[in-house]
Structure formats: C-alpha cells, structure tokens
Design a protein around this ligand. Structure first.
Ligand code: FES
Length: 108
C-alpha cells in the first residue's frame, strides 16, 4: 500500500508500506529514515514517549484502528497535540490504510 508521510521539514514522501511485516507507522518512518535517529520511537513503540506522534490528514478516506487506552493516555500528556493526533507506533499497517496521509508532529 502507499502511505504519504510529511516529515518535520514539511517535505512529502509517498512510500511503499508492507502489510505483511507487522510494522507500524513509527517503524515505517524509521525504515525510510524520515526523521533523525533518536527523535522518533524512543520508547520502542510502547505508547510511552509520544516521539512518534503524527497528525492524520485524511482520516475520512482510510479505516483507522480505534485508539487504545495507552495511546489515549499518552496523548493527554504529550505536547503539540491536535484533534487529529495519533501515536504512529500504535497504528499497524494494514490494507485498510492504503492512501493514508500523516504529518509528523514536531520533535518534543
Ligand atoms: Fe513511543 Fe510511539 S514510539 S509512543
């Protein structure tokens, strides 16, 4: 599937995202090196750091998974949170996300 990621410099990247590798959006950003090492995925995807926060730009065209309580709690504490904020590490890449567009939140 294709996912569009806008990096923290505002540059747009349309990347191929595998649905068969049990990957999440945070890992995808790391795999394509779209954020400097050490600024994303700090907690290793445990919903405990918010370094993977991203803004979902087109939620209406994809079928996003519901937020789990850990993600919700972390977003209560995180900075720069908007109504469309999600934690990239809690969004697993699946067929339903084809065409998803996200923008990385500023580094904390
Ligand atoms: Fe830490 Fe997602 S990587 S909350």
């Amino acid at each position: 599937i294709k996912i569009t990621i806008i990096d923290r410099e505002g540059e747009k990247h349309i990347v191929d995202a595998p649905t068969d590798m049990n990957m999440n959006i945070m890992e995808l950003v790391r795999a394509y090196e779209l954020a400097p090492e050490g600024t994303i995925g700090i907690c290793g995807g445990m919903a405990m750091c918010a370094s993977c926060q991203c803004y979902v730009l087109n939620a209406e065209v994809v079928d996003l998974p519901e937020m789990n309580p850990d993600e919700e709690a972390m977003l209560w504490e995180a900075r720069n949170v908007q109504d469309n904020s999600r934690l990239g590490c809690q969004i697993h890449i699946s067929e339903e996300l084809d065409g998803l567009e996200v923008e990385l939140a500023p580094a904390e």
